[in-house]
Design a protein around this ligand. Sequence first.
Ligand code: NAP
Length: 288
Amino acid sequence: MINGETKVYGLLGYPVAHSVSPAMHNAAFKALGMNCIYAAFPVHPEFLGDATASVRALGLGGVNVTVPHKETVLSFLDQLAEEARLIGAVNTIVVRDGKLVGHNTDAGGFSRSLTEQGFELPGKRVVVLGAGGAARAVAVQMALSGAERVVFVNRTIERAEALAGLVSGLGCDTVVRSWSDRLLGREIGDADLVVQTTALGMHPHVDDSPPVDARWFHTGQLVYDLVYNPRHTRFLQKAALAGARTASGLRMLLYQGVQAFELWTGRKAPVEEMRRALDSRFGTDAGD
Ligand code: NAP
């Protein structure tokens, strides 16, 4: 029952109608019997400053931030958590002592999803396909977790070079390759982990896939697609056919939400209820 004490949380993005975060967080509040709701707010870029200020002015419990605001929102915040500062993007705002503090739980969500898969990053060789915002979160996390070498592949080479520069500064060996580089097959073949971070294959363009040859994948590798809609992308299907283990971006989506929930509420998130909310939208876990 919504009443005068209901605490409001939400999502700032544009558009937001497709988001599954309301279903996931409202399932968590319900499971814990908390008098809280989570709503999606379509915030046009010109109103981002007003919307961010309203988090404090309206006494909201906290918000998530999504496309296209993850980077531009930084200038409206009072403080940044260390990982958000390094990544240069915020997906969660927490109100602490009246201050708006920006966090990036995409990085922690990615890391926890790997742990759940039994995959340890220290000493590992990784290929990251793409160099956008999600790649930044993933790559910074890899470097902080001790990955040995990260190869970046991107259409816009300058963007991959900038990200490689950031990650080498954190003590990790990096290499940049184009999609047409003749050594790309060898890099993917040598990798312990391949992470697909481009938007290719995302609904409704489900037949799209990055230009990698299925023969480059093999048993013993983990192949991870950040795209979660559909759950089993064309890219993951290729990798699975070659015998690689696969992981869907749905796990990262779950754990970034779990971390945000715990930052806002100080309570342990009901992970299974949150997972079920995602499963009911995207189908159950079948091998990812
Ligand atoms: P972004 O900052 O816009 O970056 C998009 C990336 O995709 C860039 O590397 C871009 O290359 C590449 N790309 C786009 N279209 C391409 C094409 N036709 N051919 C080759 N490369 C192409 O987006 P983002 O925020 O990083 O998000 C990327 C994906 O990750 C989205 O599908 C998003 O839903 C997903 N994601 C998932 C989670 C999760 O929790 N699972 C979290 C965050 C994001 P250029 O640099 O050359 O443009």
